[in-house]
Design a binder for this molecule. Structure first.
Ligand SMILES: [Zn+2]
Length: 337
């Protein structure tokens, strides 16, 4: 089994069964070094708490053999709905909804397909899946997405992910009511869920919701087992919990929910630190080690380095996007969610 498959199996094992394993392999470096200086400007997702440190994760390749766990595929017929889902409706659920149900089983209990598709929380709350079916531009998607929009972009798995296309930001479009209900409606609500974990020379406040604290501690232990610059980069952090809006927007940063962390600022890159090229596009840059990316992804965290609007120090807990992720083979076949 290739290393990336082994790591994905570890991730599925962890997200579906709750087991913990250590994957011994590390992936090869994802991108070429670009020794541009780290600028002092603030990253969009980055903590504001004074100084900067920190870093992000690597990708996985989903298994493609029958002997390995099945990923939620782009084809709805390949999805494996839970028994509750099968009782709920005979209509197929959107693949993205199936991934959410599998990723957060303690909070999301069922779903409904069809024209009034909805995600149903275990307390009975229903959230409409596609409340805004009309086409909207990218900025409007960022500002006012629904659940379908949130899951519309598939996250590229594995260390060989292609450079993101324009506005390809899987995970950056967030339906705020979903995260507010899951992690807390207010700063005070989120603070009730926090615990402290050590990270390098610092102590971070992170949420206990969904076991994020435990998963981050596992990532840290695996980083501690690395050596040299990898260990040093992985253990430097610019912070985790920070209740704030993304600068210049009315949107809450995912750091507000204490399920995001910034790692390795000394090798980080951020899209808005650069000027667009003559075509108005932001050139992709990344110096962050793929080995560390892979450790985070294996524990359910996506990496901001896989966004067109890249933020390579940023990681956040989105096991749903990893379950719905796509492989280089999917790219070659032109598959989408
Ligand atoms: Zn961040």
């Amino acid at each position: 089994m290739p290393p990336s498959h082994a790591r994905f199996a570890v991730f599925l094992c962890w997200v579906l069964v709750g087991c913990t394993q250590r994957s011994p392999e590390v992936a090869q470096t994802q991108a070429a070094a670009d020794p541009a200086e780290v600028k002092a400007e603030e990253s969009e997702e980055q903590a504001l708490s004074g100084f900067l440190l920190a870093g992000p994760p690597g990708a996985l390749t989903a298994p493609d053999t029958a002997s390995e766990p099945t990923r939620i595929a782009a084809d709805p017929t390949a999805a494996e709905p839970t028994p509750e889902v099968q009782d709920e409706t005979a209509e197929a659920l959107p693949p993205g909804m199936s991934c959410l149900l599998q990723a957060y089983p303690e909070q999301l209990c069922s779903g409904r397909g069809g024209t009034d598709a909805a995600l149903i929380w275990c307390d009975g709350t229903e959230m409409l899946w596609d409340s805004q079916p009309e086409a909207r531009d990218f900025e409007e998607l960022l500002e006012h997405p629904d659940l379908a929009d949130m899951m519309a972009m598939s996250y590229p798995l594995g260390p060989d992910a292609p450079i993101p296309a324009e506005n390809e930001d899987p995970g950056r479009v967030r339906y705020a009511p979903f995260f507010a209900k899951m992690y807390g409606e207010s700063k005070a609500d989120v603070k009730k869920t926090l615990t402290k974990i050590p990270w390098g020379e610092k102590t971070l406040r992170v949420t206990t919701t969904n076991g994020v604290d435990t998963k981050l501690a596992e990532v840290r232990e695996e980083i501690e087992a690395l050596s040299g610059d990898l260990k040093k980069t992985g253990l430097s952090t610019a912070g985790a919990f920070n209740w704030r809006e993304v600068r210049g927007t009315g949107r809450l940063s995912s750091h507000s929910y204490a399920m995001a962390i910034d790692v390795g600022v000394e090798v980080s890159d951020f899209w808005n630190w650069n000027k667009p090229d003559k075509n108005g596009l932001y050139p992709y840059k990344n110096r962050f080690p793929a080995e560390i990316v892979a450790l985070f992804e294996a524990h359910g965290f996506i990496w901001g380095g896989k966004w067109y609007h890249y933020d390579t120090m940023h990681f956040e807990y989105r096991p749903d996007l990893l379950l719905c992720g796509r492989t280089p083979n999917d790219d070659a076949a032109g598959k989408t969610l």
